[in-house]
Design a protein around this ligand. Structure first.
Ligand code: F6R
Length: 243
């Protein structure tokens, strides 16, 4: 694993954008695995800036997102489709038809999960997967569990995740309890993984995930077994990591 210690959030975002940019430049029709959440917002802003300056071309890029809430319309301002449109897709020349977010409204969730796995497979896999990390070590919405789920599946969100998400909803009742997420197997098949973390609140879980045992109780710990991981964090998030 390569670790990049950035001075602050802005520097972390630029370093992460450098890594994504190098993939897009060297393989214009690459498949980007994308994440939502607070952490990658600065990285997306940086990518938009580079596109606007004429340094990046997304016209042939394809994307697959990690996850989506069950029950939210794509136009709901807390849906992950909406997040991706407003934080990246609407501002660069990516073809929206080439962007994929799991469907959270499907009547047949199992069929939707199988379809999503087929989308990833038919694209030839993911060239680089961006991951944030939950305070409990979740990646995508793969919460601490008894085993590592392989393919796309529906999850009941952990209480701590529901509480962390509550800040984005008017009332606790509106916070989704379920999500559809890419499995750990699909994430691990990505050719490269870019983990972004910031803030001292992430310091304990970062150390646990990368210095502790590999266990489904800390889903991100499986990344220790991936041959091509880059961890980009600000110095607060990486302050307890031994490397
Ligand atoms: C987002 C996702 C989540 C987040 C994680 C960290 O698509 O899959 O695993 O990456 O919850 O979220 P933030 O960045 O808000 O701390």
């Amino acid at each position: 694993m390569r670790v990049i210690v950035a001075e602050n959030y802005e520097a972390m975002s630029r370093q992460a954008a450098n890594i994504i940019s190098s993939v897009v430049v060297s393989k214009p029709d690459c498949v980007l695995g994308l994440a939502t959440g607070s952490t990658p917002i600065g990285m997306y802003k940086e990518l938009i800036k580079r596109y606007q300056e004429g340094d990046l071309d997304f016209s042939k890029v394809k994307s697959v997102n990690l996850d989506e809430y069950v029950g939210l319309e794509p136009t709901h301002d807390q849906s992950y489709r909406y997040f991706m449109q407003t934080n990246l897709f609407d501002h660069v020349n990516i073809d929206v038809a080439n962007t994929n977010v799991p469907g959270g409204l499907s009547e047949d969730v199992d069929a939707e999960c199988a379809r999503y796995d087929e989308v990833i497979r038919s694209m030839g896999g993911i060239d680089i997967q961006v991951l944030g990390m939950g305070h409990n070590g979740h990646i995508g919405f793969n919460e601490p569990a008894e085993d590592f789920p392989v393919g796309t599946h529906q999850v009941e969100l952990a209480q701590s995740t529901i509480e962390a998400n509550a800040r984005f909803f008017a009332t606790m009742d509106e916070v989704p309890r379920k999500a559809v997420t890419m499995g750990i197997g699909s994430i691990m098949l990505a050719k490269q993984i870019l983990v972004v973390v910031n803030g001292e609140g992430k310091a304990d879980i970062v150390a646990k995930a990368f210095n502790g045992p590999v266990t489904p109780q800390v889903p991100a710990s499986i990344l220790q077994l991936h041959p091509n991981v880059v961890l980009v964090g600000d110095k607060d998030a990486l302050s307890k990591l031994k490397f």
